[in-house]
Design a binder for this molecule. Sequence first.
Ligand SMILES: Nc1nc2c(ncn2[C@@H]2O[C@H](COP(=O)(O)OP(=O)(O)OP(=O)(O)O)[C@@H](O)[C@H]2O)c(=O)[nH]1
Ligand SMILES: [Mg+2]
Length: 324
Amino acid sequence: MSRDATPGLGVRLLSGDLGALARAATLVENGDPVGRVVVENIHPRTGRAHVVGVTGPPGAGKSTLIDALIGELRGRGHRVGVILIDPSSPISGGAVLGDRIRMGQWDRDNHVFIRSMAARGHAGGLAPTTAALIHLFDAAGFDPILVETVGVGQGEIEVAHLAQTTLLLQVPGLGDGVQAIKAGILEVGDIVAVNKADLPGAEELVHDLTMMVTADTDPDGWSAPILLTNATAGEGVRELVDRLEAHRRYLDITGAGRRRKEIAARFEVFGLLRQELEQESPLHLLQKDQIDRWRGAISDVVERKRTPGAAVALLLGQAAPSPS
Ligand SMILES: Nc1nc2c(ncn2[C@@H]2O[C@H](COP(=O)(O)OP(=O)(O)OP(=O)(O)O)[C@@H](O)[C@H]2O)c(=O)[nH]1
Ligand SMILES: [Mg+2]
């Protein structure tokens, strides 16, 4: 991979150049260290975009709704970025193709940028890679940035920590419905959309969810609104965007926005750290004189002279935990 093209890549990205964004995104997704350098360079100029996680069960209509949201947001003058976390393998690629077909109408709009990202190609590294992509979109002037994650794999759900606002989709007719979602729903969704309003049971589901959520106002006074949408017909989309904007204002006015950003930053930093530590040998992280200590600590663990916890404490320069 040529490094000649990269000087200036960050600068072009900051000027909103879509070619530069696409190239930087590819570098990041491929785990190319040059991509990492670009992300580090642009980082001081990021952090302003509203990151909206869109999650919910497979086939709930997330992509269709995002497509409708793009239309409404463009109408309000926003430059809209979309990241689709695709849980299918990059080889089978079915869902990726489906998403592209559905959102193809935005191909010629310079103020819409859509990128699919295969979750399976990033085992363990999903968080840092997604965070890096978000920063790239942000640097290129996209705001809001919508991140679609399928509510199945743990990693994909965790990626929702990177968002400041989470839009949770539900649909009628999933059978065990309310009981099944009860556990997670109240914490996860800042806004809940009951999509497929045209299907039987939608209004009943809104009613049931509203009963559950009204009891759950957070300390800063936000209670998740439950909206009815028909993504295919674009119904309920204007109100949904109103609510997204209201949540953004709420985040700005209260301390909640800062807390969300701290959660996202912690998640990103820990993700990167874990990625480094999961390298076959993390010795490259250490100074030369630390390497002996590391090797010694590992030997001690093998020989049962030191516990794994004591080895970690040694490596972090802390007092070893005393056996109780
Ligand atoms: N009847 C009805 N169908 C809808 C609605 N919204 C989406 N669909 C259909 O539901 C199917 C799934 O829609 P997608 O937008 O691909 O759903 P998704 O949640 O992105 O799916 P995955 O990414 O595969 O989890 C498609 O056939 C859509 O046309 C709706 O409001 N009403
Ligand atoms: Mg989808």
